[in-house]
Design a protein around this ligand. Structure first.
Ligand SMILES: NC(=O)c1ccc[n+]([C@@H]2O[C@H](COP(=O)([O-])OP(=O)(O)OC[C@H]3O[C@@H](n4cnc5c(N)ncnc54)[C@H](OP(=O)(O)O)[C@@H]3O)[C@@H](O)[C@H]2O)c1
Length: 387
């Protein structure tokens, strides 16, 4: 964290810088050149967009974690380009950024989240999978080093902002909103025959393919319920989900005195990304103002757990705890990849995840080894069931 009153630019790392969150984070950095200095950029294997960002932002170092090409240059525009997953972790330590935006997708992001917290850096967390797999370990690591975890997910950012209006003991419940995805009004039969292309069409948000499929099954909201529990330390019966097709109310906090605070805005991830970097300050920026009069109405309804059973699985994870979150996440990642490859139907994702949870011998999630073992075993099982 940059000490209060310190006017030097925030040293920012952007992990997964070529993705949807990563590239929007770089747009924020480009808009705030006096406030943000990019010191580290990473991607998995796409050299071209990474090289272009290196040339623009001139970080101290850059990393490709999993290059497919043997011919990767050691320098781009005179800046070292390192290779491998370990190089990404080492670069977090050596650059020691003030804030690390983790925009890596999936379980691959966990070790980078943990390294960020071990280094005592502020973690601006888009990679919700880290919290789903290892919420307890992430929190205890942050407590040890004094690091902070600031959510980038628009829903959790909204709750974080609303919580400025009261203290933890005054919270009655938090209410996460969900767009409902492209199938929110579809019948069970239509969902059963949904194609990857249809699932990749989110009505309100442009995101990477994995989270877009998760939004279409409401598994994304399941991950967010588990993430919310880990971030805000509230029992399951004080976390609710409501379908809100317009995605204008990003989430709400109801306090014990009957007051409910909501955070509203046009759907634009750059707003919660910038807030995760700037908070507790707010920086002026160009944004599309909210025009409630032309929107006319905002709609809310309860989620349908029969058509979207994935959401119910989150509450089972909250009930049973331990490494079950890692199992839900791993099984879902394998099943989503199989759906996108045309191997399974959309409803089979939740069925496979539930089956993996049923087969899991639960253990406490306090050690990284136990979490990674649960992740690996669930992946192996689901792969076997699919093929
Ligand atoms: N997109 C959104 O609006 C949104 C909103 C809220 C939360 N999130 C969360 O943010 C995370 C990223 O989502 P996204 O939509 O931005 O995904 P995305 O567009 O698929 O981008 C993923 C990024 O991660 C990189 N990557 C993958 N594995 C990596 C690894 N092992 N090490 C370093 N980089 C790696 C990819 O590099 P290559 O390009 O080289 O493959 C790419 O830059 C997810 O956890 C998602 O749930 C996203």
């Amino acid at each position: 964290m940059v000490p209060e009153g310190d006017s030097r630019p925030i040293r920012l790392a952007v992990l997964g810088s070529t993705g949807s969150i990563g590239s929007q984070t770089l747009e924020v950095a480009a808009d705030q050149p006096d406030r943000i200095s990019v010191v580290l950029l990473s991607a998995r294997q796409r050299l071209e967009p990474l090289a272009s960002a290196i040339t623009t932002f001139r970080p101290e170092t850059a990393v490709l974690t999993d290059p497919t090409d043997d011919d990767i240059p050691a320098l781009v525009a005179g800046i070292p380009l390192l290779c491998g997953a370990q190089a990404q972790l080492d670069a977090i330590s050596s650059t020691h950024p003030d804030v690390v935006v983790n925009g890596v997708t999936g379980a691959q992001g966990l070790l980078a989240s943990l390294r960020t917290l071990e280094e005592g850096c502020t973690l601006a967390l888009a990679n919700k999978e880290s919290m789903v797999m290892a919420g307890e370990l992430m929190r205890s690591t942050a407590q040890k080093t004094g690091a902070r975890i600031i959510p980038v997910d628009s829903e959790h950012s909204a709750i974080d902002q609303c919580l400025r209006g009261g203290n933890h003991g005054e919270v009655a419940r938090i209410i996460l909103t969900a767009s409902g995805g492209p199938f929110r009004d579809s019948s069970a039969e239509e969902i059963a025959s949904a194609t990857p292309q249809q699932a990749l069409e989110n009505p309100n948000w442009e995101m990477g393919p994995k989270i877009t499929v998760d939004s279409s099954t409401l598994m994304n909201k399941a991950l967010e319920v588990i993430e919310a529990q880990a971030l805000f330390d509230l029992p399951a019966d004080r976390i609710e989900v409501v379908i809100h097709p317009e995605s204008i109310v990003h989430s709400m906090v109801e306090f014990v005195d009957g007051s409910t605070l909501a955070q509203l805005g046009c759907p634009d991830m750059k707003v919660p990304i910038q807030y995760a970097i700037s908070q507790p300050q707010r920086w002026p920026t160009r944004f599309k103002p909210l025009d409630l009069a032309s929107l006319g109405s905002l709609n809310f309804r309860a989620p349908d757990l029969n058509r979207f059973p994935a959401l119910g699985l989150a509450f089972r994870v909250l009930d049973e705890g331990g490494t079950l979150g890692a199992v839900l996440n791993a099984a879902n990642e394998v099943a989503v990849a199989a759906f996108l490859a045309g191997k399974i139907s959309l409803p089979r994702i939740a069925t496979l995840v539930e089956r993996a949870m049923d087969h899991h011998d639960n253990t406490p999630a306090t050690r990284l080894e136990a979490i990674l073992e649960a992740d690996r075993a669930a992946r192996d099982r689901v792969q076997e069931w699919i093929f």
